[in-house]
Design a protein around this ligand. Structure first.
Ligand code: GAR
Length: 208
């Protein structure tokens, strides 16, 4: 069984999708063992509590520096013997030192079809505002490995979602979550936990 840590900052609907997927057997060979939030009072923490999952809050402000913040997180990951780190609405960019410490062991869900609407400054609702402003007719979500480039790691899974006439950033965000994120994130986690992902020349291959 691979031990999974989920890093969150907000409501944690993607965390909930992972918890449900573990319960329903969609996540094979994986166990959500730890939830870490960089925001005090994030509802995701409540979801962890209700499901008996260990949780911790690490505040950058209290740590004093990015380095100390990340060292605190790393200490927790080591203490809980974590194999896979999932960024599920974690709104803090991790340094190169951090990402290099866990090569191909960190995955992120992003609410667009990368390489559109991604990188620094593209997070949460803002991504959908930009997609609507641009006028794209199709958007979606991406699950990818995390490296030192924001949203720049190898793509694991993507799913397209239709933009509809009259969409608001909120209605589009909801559709992208329901139709894409909440499905492809658990699927990608399950593939990782079964050792079915390999990376060759920046391309992720999915094995049997
Ligand atoms: C999700 O839409 C996730 O894809 C996005 O934030 C939302 C978090 O919702 N993440 C990013 O934009 C990361 N760049 P949640 O807390 O309900 O899972």
């Amino acid at each position: 069984m691979k031990r999974i840590a989920v890093l969150v900052s907000g409501g944690g609907t993607n965390l909930q999708a992972l918890i449900d997927a573990e319960k329903n057997g969609i996540i094979k060979n994986g166990n959500i063992s730890l939830v870490i939030s960089n925001v005090k009072g994030a509802y995701a923490l409540e979801r962890a509590r209700m499901n008996g999952i260990a949780s911790a809050v690490v505040l950058k402000k209290e740590c004093g520096s990015q380095e100390a913040f990340e060292q605190n997180i790393i200490a927790l990951l080591r203490e809980h013997e974590i194999d896979l780190i999932v960024l599920a609405g974690f709104m803090s960019i991790l340094s190169e030192e951090f990402t290099k410490a866990f090569p191909h062991r960190i995955i992120n869900v992003h609410p667009s079809l990368i390489p559109s609407f991604c990188g620094k400054g593209f997070y949460g609702l803002h991504v959908h505002e930009k997609a609507l402003e641009y006028g794209v007719k199709v958007t979606g979500a991406t699950v990818h490995f995390v490296n030192e480039i924001p949203d720049g790691g190898e793509i694991i899974l993507q799913r397209a979602v239709e933009v509809k006439e009259g969409d608001t950033p909120e209605s589009l965000q909801k559709r992208v979550m329901v139709e894409a994120e909440w499905n492809i994130l658990p699927e990608a986690v399950s593939l990782f936990c079964q050792d079915r992902l390999t990376v060759e020349n920046n391309i992720v291959h999915i094995g049997e």
